[in-house]
Design a protein around this ligand. Structure first.
Ligand code: SF4
Length: 341
């Protein structure tokens, strides 16, 4: 049996052709799965019974159901257990009436291994499938109208580029949830091949770069990934991306006490930001048990950067009480929390 979730319109058209179902019905099937969010093929009532039966002989529609769900005033965190028993977390943020954001995972674990991040400490398990990425969205979309998506959960999205971009295409299409491309942010540690491919994406998707430290040595100590490009290599790739797309990027910066929150750090962060059309988003570190890091001097950095004309904001921390704030997810049933950018 094959999963219908994760198939794009072309693939569904090919399935229809193979099964002898009228090709125009592919759109109805796609809409039923990705917009009406049906979970059972018996709900495909626009198909003849015979067509439905043919489809059901070979296909099913997968769903993600949380093994655990925690709620705070403005966030809901779901822990999903995948078909192979692996765990991922997804956070729904409902801070403003007009903005309902879902923070999505793209991998189980992560290869990058950032020292301040629980996911990085888990190591890399595997990439999520397109269906598993969509499943996170559709679970919450059955309860809420999602307006924004951020790929800032578990994993490095550009190391699962094809599945992430295919899921985005399915989420963005008019006969799907029709989530606007400019409301979808993909956050990377700076994977050059991903930045280059992302520059070719025709949609107005938004890109965020997690810098971590403006100094090479500190950055490499905090990010344990052997394949990490240098800051200047990443800046060059981002500049090329901007010359092609004309899109502003966000530089994300998790502020760690005594590590990357000094005035020289702010000066160098500003120098890097000035090389790009960028907006700096300072992320207050949310401390967790067992962590050696503490929250840095966010307001000092903000004041310096703003006084020097740099477009800078501070990310609002939501859901700290349930370890769902930015980067506190660990993907464990009894999540003690940890920092992720
Ligand atoms: S911060 Fe992001 S890139 Fe780094 S280990 Fe965590 S999930 Fe991976």
């Amino acid at each position: 049996m094959e999963d219908l979730l994760g198939k794009d319109l072309n693939e569904i058209q090919a399935i229809c052709q193979e099964l002898g179902v009228a090709k125009f019905k592919a759109k109805e099937i796609f809409r039923a799965v990705n917009q009406k969010l049906i979970t059972n093929l018996s709900e495909l009532t626009t198909l003849k019974l015979e067509e439905r039966n043919k489809l059901a002989e070979s296909f099913f529609i997968s769903t993600l159901q949380p093994a655990n769900r925690e709620k705070s005033a403005e966030t809901i965190k779901a822990l999903f257990c995948l078909a192979d028993g692996k765990l991922i977390e997804t956070v729904f943020m409902d801070a403003r009436e007009e903005r309902k954001t879902l923070c999505l995972s793209s991998q189980v674990g992560c290869l990058i291994g950032c020292a301040f991040c629980a996911t990085g400490q888990l190591g890399f398990k595997r990439n999520l499938t397109v269906a598993e990425i969509l499943g996170q969205v559709y679970y919450f979309a059955r309860e809420h109208k999602i307006s924004n998506l951020v790929f800032m959960g578990m994993g490095e999205p550009f190391l699962n580029y094809d599945n992430v971009l295919k899921a985005i295409d399915i989420l963005n299409i008019e006969i799907g949830l029709n989530i606007a491309a400019r409301k979808i942010v993909v956050s990377t540690i700076g994977i050059i091949s991903g930045i280059e491919k992302f520059a070719q994406a025709s949609k107005q998707l938004r890109l965020a770069w997690s810098l971590v430290s403006p100094f090479e040595q500190t950055r490499q100590q905090l990010i344990g990934y052997a394949g990490l490009p240098t800051i200047q290599e990443t800046v060059a790739a981002l500049a090329k991306y901007q010359s092609l797309t004309k899109r502003r990027i966000t530089i994300e910066y998790v502020v760690l006490d005594g590590i990357n929150d000094s005035i020289p750090d702010a000066v160098e962060l500003g120098n890097i930001a000035k090389q790009l059309d960028s907006h700096i988003n300072l992320i207050p570190y949310n401390s967790s048990p067992g962590q050696k890091f503490t929250r840095g001097k966010v307001q000092n950095m903000l004041a310096y950067l703003k006084n020097n004309g740099l477009n800078t904001t501070v990310r609002q921390s939501l859901g700290q009480e349930i370890s769902a704030a930015c980067g506190q997810l660990a993907g464990l049933p009894n999540d003690s929390g940890n920092q992720r950018t």
